[in-house]
Structure formats: structure tokens, C-alpha cells
Write a protein that binds this ligand. Structure first.
Ligand code: ATP
Ligand code: SF4
Ligand code: MG
Length: 324
């Protein structure tokens, strides 16, 4: 059963230079207890999607079309107060910019304690401060936080970016929301910690049936955590399917290029050359398929019309190579 249903979602940003077409007609579901990884290069619209779902877009953004149904509630129809309640218990988000995520005037301990208190309340349990503290310390150890007993006595400005992200991930683990959104939460952390955090998120999904929306620019990460993968390019959803299908038999030329750029384990020289060209400027996106300026398979029609999302076996793909 779908916990999150996003349908035909389009978002723009108003800027002094014109309208940025950040997301176009995005449609996907996440089932209860399932995880979806969103993959795409910088500027493809990943954070915009996460912020749109949590209703945390900046004031210059506008929902142009579409709906977001979470747990049978139409989020775009809620008042700010109602939405705040959903963010308190239903949807938890770890931001890409860690500095903005914690409240600067409270110690880490107080903010994590509040997360535990909210969960106890939801589960109908009586809050016990000592029990909460030992749970907090244990979760901080799980996210490989050095000296958790000292860290919890600090204020956010006394922490590094990586430490703040660990506190945020710990907060999500303590809160156990229905949907955990993580926007590139591991890029500020070293590789060992990243692996540990991905494992923790996987446990969370298995043990508590929590759904996860995980954002990364690294398609290799998708296979570690996700059931499904969605590939975004310049605000267009190019491919969506199970990890197994997308990683082994990618249909879209862009996904194929992303996968061929994963460093081979046997080679040490790093990444293989990726597709030439760069991500288009979304103030003036290319017409038709937004990937056409870089696509080795482009045809005449590709710059004239936007391909529909078509189902090929169990994958949804937006490309004229698969008929329309
Ligand atoms: P990254 O990997 O760098 O985090 P992203 O995939 O998360 O990139 P977004 O941050 O969602 O991409 O940006 C999508 C597009 O919207 C980009 O063209 C970006 O410049 C633009 N954009 C993002 N935030 C704003 C804003 N507040 N005002 C105007 N344009 C914005
Ligand atoms: Fe390439 Fe055309 Fe497919 Fe776009 S629609 S990915 S340009 S073949
Ligand atoms: Mg981003």
C-alpha cells in the first residue's frame, strides 16, 4: 500500500533572472516499509523534491501542478499548523545543509530528548528521562558519534557539519517517523561512517516498517539501501524501477551513462569518463527531452516533443527509443 503518492508534481522558482523550471510532472509512489533512492547530478531537482514533500520550499518557489498524498492526506491542502504536526511525527527530514537543521538555542540533549518524548507520546508510553538519555547515548554510538556524553551537552554551533548530520540522523532514528527523508545525508561523512549510517537506515526500515526517501548523486549508493530507484535529469523523471532492474538493465541513455561512470572496483584510476556536456540551465531548459543535447542516441523528435513515461517490463522510462 502506498504511504506516499506524488502525482504530476511541477515546481518552479521565481528569480530576478526569470522562472527556474525545477521539477516537471514528477509521478511516483513509495509503499509502506519501502525505500526509494532519488539519483541525479547537481541541479537536477533532488532537494526541491524533498523540500516540496515536506512543504519546506522557500517563498520564491511555487507548486504549479500536482498532488502529494501522504498516509491518505493531501499535503498541499493542509494549513501550516497541520503540516507542522505531520513533520513532527509522520515525515522526518535530514537536510543537505546541516547548519540549518537544529535549533541554535537548545542543547543537543534537549532536542534529542524532545524527539524521544514525541515518540513515547505517540506510542502511549510514559516519558522517562533516564531511559530516554540511555536510548539517546546508544543511538549516538550507533551513528558513530565520538564522545556522545560530551556532545549532548553542546549547542549546535559547537558541532561540525558531520556531527550535526549524525545528530539529525540519530533524531530520525529516535523519532521513528513513517517516512524518513534523507537529502545527501552522508556526503559530509567519511566512508566508514557512511556505510554504517546506510546500514542503520536499512535496519530502521526492516525493524519498524519505516519508508525511506534517500537522495544521492551517486547511483552506486542506491543498491545499498533502496528497493526502487528514480533517476532525475534537469527536473525530468527519466527512469523509475526496482533497484535490480534499473542497475542491471537500465533503459534510459542517461541512466546507462551514470552507471558506466561508477568506478570499477578492480581499477584504481577513479571514475570513467561520463557523458560530455553539462546539466542544462533550468532558466531556459532545452525543449523536448531535456537530455537531448548530451544524448548519443538523439533523434529528430527528441528536441521537438517531451517523451511520455512509458512502462517497459517493470521499468518506467521517458525516452523515444521505447516508442510512444
Ligand atoms: P544538488 O545535488 O546540488 O544538491 P539538487 O538536485 O538538489 O542539486 P535543487 O537544489 O533541487 O537540485 O535545484 C534544482 C534547480 O532549482 C537548480 O537549477 C537550482 O539552481 C534551482 N534552485 C534551487 N533552489 C532555488 C531557489 N531557492 N531559488 C531559485 N532557484 C533555485
Ligand atoms: Fe536520447 Fe531522445 Fe531518449 Fe532523450 S528521448 S534520452 S534524446 S533518445
Ligand atoms: Mg540538493
Amino acid at each position: 500500500m502506498a504511504l506516499l503518492e506524488v502525482k504530476d508534481l511541477s515546481i518552479i522558482y521565481r528569480t530576478p533572472f526569470g522562472i527556474v523550471n525545477a521539477l516537471n510532472d514528477i509521478t511516483f509512489n513509495i509503499d509502506k516499509g519501502e525505500s526509494l533512492t532519488v539519483v541525479g547530478e547537481s541541479g537536477s531537482g533532488k532537494s526541491t523534491l524533498a523540500l516540496a514533500i515536506a512543504r519546506l520550499l522557500p517563498p520564491n518557489a511555487k507548486y504549479v501542478s500536482g498532488s502529494i498524498i501522504f498516509d491518505n492526506i493531501d499535503l498541499l491542502k493542509l494549513s501550516s499548523d497541520e503540516m507542522r504536526k505531520i513533520r513532527g511525527t509522520g515525515i522526518f527530514m535530514v537536510f543537505q545543509e546541516p547548519a540549518t537543521s537544529l535549533n541554535p538555542v537548545f542543547k543537543v540533549k534537549d532536542q534529542l530528548m524532545e524527539a524521544v518524548r514525541i515518540r513515547y507520546e505517540r506510542e502511549g508510553n510514559i516519558f522517562d528521562e533516564n531511559k530516554a538519555i540511555s536510548e539517546i547515548i546508544s543511538v549516538l554510538k550507533d551513528v558513530r558519534m565520538p564522545d556522545p556524553e560530551l556532545i549532548i551537552e553542546r549547542y549546535p554551533h559547537q558541532l561540525s557539519g558531520g556531527q550535526i548530520q549524525r545528530v539529525m540522523i540519530a533524531m530520525g532514528l529516535l523519532m521513528r517517523p513513517k517516512l524518513f527523508i534523507a537529502d545527501e545525508p552522508t556526503s559530509a561523512l567519511d566512508v566508514t561512517v557512511q556505510a554504517q549510517i546506510l546500514r542503520l537506515l536499512k535496519d530502521l526500515k526492516r525493524e519498524y516498517g519505516i519508508s525511506i526517501l534517500f537522495i544521492t548523486h551517486d547511483i552506486a549508493v542506491a543498491s545499498i539501501i533502496a528497493d526502487s530507484v528514480m533517476v532525475l535529469y534537469a527536473g525530468q523523471l527519466m527512469e523509475l524501477g526496482s533497484v535490480k532492474s534499473v542497475m542491471h538493465e537500465p533503459k534510459h541513455p542517461y541512466t546507462q551513462a551514470l552507471l558506466s561512470s561508477i568506478p570499477r572496483i578492480s581499477k584504481t584510476e577513479g571514475k570513467l569518463p561520463i557523458i560530455g556536456g553539462s546539466v542544462p540551465n533550468l532558466l531556459n531548459p532545452p525543449p523536448g527531452c531535456r537530455f537531448h543535447p548530451r544524448c548519443p542516441f538523439r533523434m529528430d523528435i527528441c528536441s521537438k516533443a517531451v517523451p511520455n513515461l512509458t512502462k517497459v517490463n517493470d521499468i518506467y522510462v521517458r525516452c523515444f527509443l521505447y516508442g510512444q
